[in-house]
Write a protein that binds this ligand. Structure first.
Ligand SMILES: [Zn+2]
Length: 130
């Protein structure tokens, strides 16, 4: 069975949809309002992503699922499951490739949040020992 996290979140000030996934990312990318808490921790997103990679099919049902779907792409792009650890330098290179391949033309304000997310996923999935 695929693993979903049925959580949606929007900034109470500006309505921007984003997911505070760790303490450094509680700031709304659009207006800078600080969310009161981490809504879904990165460890939960990455473990759901790995479960869904093993399962093979995934559909997006919520904002948190969008982050999971994104994490799946990032983890596969970095070579999982053949590769299970990468160096900090490789993580930075992979992050650069992922981010430079995205179009932020209508959402430049999301670039920093997206970059932090890619690095957090790579750290959680590959730099930590299981
Ligand atoms: Zn906001």
């Amino acid at each position: 069975m695929s693993t979903h996290i049925r959580v949606n979140f929007e900034c109470p000030c500006c309505g921007e949809n984003f997911l505070p996934f760790d303490d450094s990312q509680r700031l709304c990318p659009k207006c800078g309002n600080v969310a009161s808490e981490v809504i879904v921790p990165i460890a939960k997103i990455v473990s759901a992503a790995k479960e869904n990679i093993a399962f093979g099919v995934f559909s997006i049902l919520s904002l948190a699922d969008m982050y999971i779907d994104n994490a799946i792409d990032i983890i596969l792009f970095a070579g999982y499951p053949q590769r299970t650890s990468i160096s900090q330098e490789e993580a930075e290179l992979i992050c650069h490739e992922v981010i430079s391949g995205r179009d932020f033309s209508n959402s430049e304000h999301q670039r920093a949040h997206a970059t932090a997310f890619v690095m957090a996923v790579l750290k959680e999935a590959f730099l930590k020992k299981a």
